[in-house]
Design a protein around this ligand. Structure first.
Ligand code: PLP
Length: 498
């Protein structure tokens, strides 16, 4: 397959077994001596200007940062420059960027071709008019060219909104009510989707504060990679209003943190057909990353609807969209058409010329440069190097990847499964698991701080996105920096039950 970023597909049971071994051990993390002496000293000495910004920001911004991924131990570093594979903080320190803004910048940060196109547009049209702009057509046609199943596409403001739209369309198209998601999966933060977040089986227990129970009364959660459980829910749902859609992240929930079998998506497809539910692929992360044709191209599966985000606006704001077969995507028709039988969607800045043009230019560039494959190769090299280091330093950490989506689990904070406990154990039992998770998450952030102090930006200390800008030399340099951290990892008695 052309421009595909995934060169191998690891067996999920092997990875899950390693993760289980990791979480059945006490926590391994950088020693107190290294953390207090070297890491905290780096922040104190080298990140003074970041600290100043953060100290003041805490007065005006809840938590001191605007973005969930920015809240890093011991305080968030403030960035002022981005270029290719590197980020630079306000104090001038350079970092290798494996956060990639949470996924959108597969071409590398601040990619000049997109920037030039955007500046050109700003000089003439400005960012927004609220009326039709040719870039809207260009991006819809280009997506259709890369993913022929996406016959029609409507650009929206974010992945969250696009998931909401996909659910609404599914309900209209099927006349069914319920929606099924996979435990641990993130599909944005709309009321009905903040359910079963991060940890399978967690239902409404972790992050759904402030959301009335009724909001997820029609949401079901199934275990990752478990087609039997999915069929069970689809069958039962026939008596409860039917299933409108099954929504999956095709590489597994939480961007493949819980990997699925290579044939899983085909299994979901046939179950959706059997029970009259639409199949929704959430390609917010995977679209134009795992392959130019998306995960649907890689897995050779035709979803009914595809949700886009991140790369779809080329790393620029207002990144979202939903598309699919005409009969479904057509239900979103826009314009002044009050009262029509349609899925109502909107957004003042949705599909503004800037986002549409940046997205179109990005996808064209990904096609021209073979970016998915190059970023995927960098992901393979990084993962292989990490595995070698883990073996050399005899660490129980787990490294695996789906091309340019690289996972490095040091504590296994997200590798629990509440399902079995919730149903049979008391609330006290659950609390205990939450405590363990909190301690492991704390340790994960401590590892993240150690990486950062060594010039590596990660996503919450456990995920790394590679981009086309990551040359072999940059990956090897990153591995040297990881080695510097791993040298100082020790086994603690945290989470040992002592
Ligand atoms: C798989 C997936 N779906 C949906 C979303 C939500 O997208 P947005 O942050 O644009 O609302 C995300 C965001 O990270 C995501 O990873």
């Amino acid at each position: 397959m052309e421009n595909c970023g995934i060169s191998r597909w690891d067996c999920p049971s092997k990875i899950n077994k390693q993760l289980k071994e990791l979480t059945s051990q006490p926590i391994w993390e950088v020693s107190d001596e290294y953390y207090d002496g070297t890491i905290l000293k780096y922040y104190d000495d080298q990140c003074k200007q970041s600290k100043e910004v953060f100290d003041e920001a805490q007065k005006y911004i809840p938590g001191g940062v605007q973005h969930n991924l920015a809240f890093n131990k011991p305080f968030p570093v403030c960035f002022s420059k981005a270029e290719g594979a590197y980020l630079y903080d306000k104090d001038g320190n350079q970092y290798i960027d494996f956060l990639q803004a949470g996924g959108p910048t597969i071409l590398g940060s601040n990619y000049p071709v997109i920037r030039d196109a955007v500046i050109d547009l700003l000089q003439t049209c400005g960012p927004v008019t609220g009326l039709l702009h040719e870039a809207e057509l260009l991006i819809a046609k280009e997506i259709n060219h890369c993913m022929p199943n996406v016959e029609m596409f409507r650009m929206l403001g974010s992945g969250t909104e696009s998931v909401m739209a996909a659910i609404r369309i599914s309900r209209i198209a099927t006349g069914h009510k319920r929606i099924i998601k996979v435990g641990g999966g993130y599909h944005g933060w709309s009321d009905q989707m903040v359910y079963g977040l991060k940890i399978p089986g967690s239902r409404n227990l972790l992050e759904s504060h402030g959301i009335p129970r009724k909001c997820f009364a029609l949401t079901d959660e199934v275990r990752p990679n478990d087609l039997d459980m999915l069929e069970g829910f689809l069958r039962i749902n026939r008596l409860k209003g039917g299933t409108a859609c099954v929504i999956v992240e095709p590489v597994g929930p939480e961007s493949g943190t819980r990997p699925v079998a290579a044939e899983y998506n085909k299994g979901v497809r046939s179950l959706c057909d059997k029970y009259g539910a639409l199949m929704v692929f959430d390609e917010v992360v995977t679209g134009f990353r795992v392959a130019l044709s998306g995960a649907q191209g890689y897995f050779d599966v035709v979803p009914d609807l595809t949700v886009f985000g991140k790369i779809v606006a080329g790393g620029y704001p207002s990144a979202g969209g939903v598309g699919g077969k005409k009969e479904y995507a057509g239900l979103m028709a826009a314009g002044v058409a009050t009262g029509k039988h349609r899925a109502y969607v909107g957004g003042t800045l949705a599909a503004n010329p800037l986002s549409a043009l940046a997205g179109y230019t990005a996808i064209k560039e990904i096609e021209r440069t073979n970016a998915c494959e190059i970023a995927g190769r960098a992901g393979d090299r990084l993962t292989d190097g990490l595995k070698d280091l883990l073996a050399r330093y005899e660490l129980p950490f787990v490294a695996y990847n789906q091309g340019s989506i690289v996972h490095l689990e040091c504590t296994g904070a997200m590798s629990y499964d509440f399902s079995s406990y919730l149903f049979v154990k008391s609330a006290l039992g659950l609390l205990k698991y939450q405590d363990i998770m909190t301690e492991r998450k704390d340790s994960m952030e401590r590892m993240g701080a150690a990486y950062m102090a060594n010039g590596i930006v990660t996503l919450a200390g456990s995920r790394l996105y590679t981009s086309m800008a990551d040359t072999d030399e940059i990956i090897d340099e990153a591995l040297n920096r990881f080695e510097e951290v791993f040298k100082h990892v020790v086994k603690t008695d945290k989470c040992s039950g002592k």
